[in-house]
Design a protein. Structure first.
Lengths: 290, 290
């Protein structure tokens, strides 16, 4: 586990969570995050800024405390001035991990972007601080953030609005409540708009633990959908009218479940219970339909 | 255009349609089918067997007549004995094209499979007779037919029931009302169960005109989703509990719109308005997230 201040800086874990993670009966994701941060030695900061609920920070403080985290500090950023406050920034300089709650990712991003707090988040993560975010807190991690969109499996022109996120992750667009809210189409549409972009769609109660080596491990009860757009071709946006399907080819799609390991750098599956369908070679062109 | 009786037999077109095709204002799909069959010279048989509506055959007779087809014959197979009736089989020996209506694909398949009528359909199609089917009539074309299933974008164990179809197309599972009824998950689940399988998901008012050379052309207002499972790996079925997500990797996904041409034999896009996202080379592993 990486600690800040090491000479050879190693990035901390980045842990987007698809929302609605189990906090009581079987909190595998949050327990794992506490462990990654150092368990009883861990100091975790909670950023409740995305949420409109006044007590969301206290609730997570209680959960993390119950999971054995050594110390929890709430950072109640309610203005951009708060994001420059030395007392908060000093916390960010010290903590082992940061947790961003759900709520509204636009609110979270607009409050933090280009502030000293956001710079600390990215800078300290580059040097070993771990950062998790659920729902809106997951969406806000990427550079190109899904601000809003419509549901449906088919990508359609205009179905997603992108905005600037915190930039912990670039080239990967993150979406949450993924299968529950039928968001494949909007994630495909977002990926198609980003050169060599890729997408990570997280089901509820499901997390991607992305390690320093860009290996993603799935934790939780749902699945993680990876959209590898590195060979994607799509129809020119100016030829597609609003609401019409966006033609695209060459997308590689992976649906990963708990325990699967996937390298986001070269888009390869490292380990899983996945079995190859090995039934000889693919038929010739002429035999394709017969 | 291929005609029956040629010495060098060439397969006729196979035209699955996603249901709810426009029949009145802008019947591009049905007009194209009439044209493929020979226009004013075309003799088209309508098989209304999937439907529980008594007048569905008459309705299509009227539509095809209005589109200029030379002659239309309804083949009202209501029993397996009907499917052995010489007067009906003689029609199948003569027609240029057959159209199968929507309704219930299980009803259609159970009535026809292993009858002389079904043998005629496949045999004559191999020698140039064209065959189209909408909704249930499209589903029934494949060997492994989706009999029923649940909606959702994520593949889940047990979400699809397969049954035997007419076998005009093998290795390709066909699904319809695709984005309208959110059927990506069930098609992925079906494809994952078939060695080197592939899937064709048809939106409403959208058809795949599959030519003798296995080139698929999209016609209509929606999109055609191709799932190329030739490199698919999936989680062992015995490790996945009913209703849980099926892990799978290596799926290639294509969403095609009108005018796109795609070769089903070697899974390549032949022509389209699709533009490559050409923005330099893909970043290195180390730079993947930064």
């Amino acid at each position: 586990m990486m600690r800040p201040g090491r000479k050879n800086a190693t990035r901390g874990f980045i842990v987007p969570i698809g929302g609605a993670e189990n906090r009581v009966q079987n909190p595998v994701i949050l327990r794992r995050f506490v462990k990654v941060c150092g368990g009883a030695r861990a100091h975790i900061a909670v950023i409740p800024t995305a949420s409109s609920l006044d007590d969301i920070g206290d609730r997570y403080e209680s959960v993390f405390s119950g999971l054995g985290a050594g110390r929890i500090t709430i950072l109640p950023f309610k203005s951009r001035a708060d994001c420059e406050s030395p007392k908060y920034l000093e916390v960010l300089d010290r903590v082992d991990g940061v947790f961003m709650t759900g709520g509204d990712q636009v609110r979270l991003a607009e409050m933090l972007i280009d502030t000293s707090a956001a710079q600390r988040l990215c800078g300290r993560n580059m040097h070993g601080m771990h950062i998790a975010g659920t729902s809106a807190g997951a969406s806000a991690m990427s550079s190109a953030m899904i601000a809003s969109g419509t549901s449906g499996a088919t990508p359609r022109a205009g179905m997603v609005d992108l905005a600037m996120g915190l930039g912990l992750v670039s080239r990967f667009v993150i979406d949450q409540h993924f299968s529950q809210r039928d968001r494949l189409g909007r994630l495909l549409t977002a990926v198609a708009s980003i050169p060599f972009g890729a997408g990570i769609g997280l089901d509820e109660d499901t997390a991607a633990f992305i390690g320093p080596d860009d290996t993603l491990e799935v934790v939780g009860s749902g699945s993680v959908t990876i959209i590898d757009g590195s060979n994607l071709r799509n129809s020119p946006a100016d030829l597609t009218r609003h609401g019409e399907p966006v033609g695209l080819t060459g997308v590689r799609l992976h649906i990963l479940t708990e325990g699967n390991l996937y390298n986001l750098g070269n888009h390869t599956l490292l380990h899983s219970g996945l079995a190859a369908k090995s039934h000889g070679t693919v038929g010739s062109n002429a035999a394709a339909l017969t």
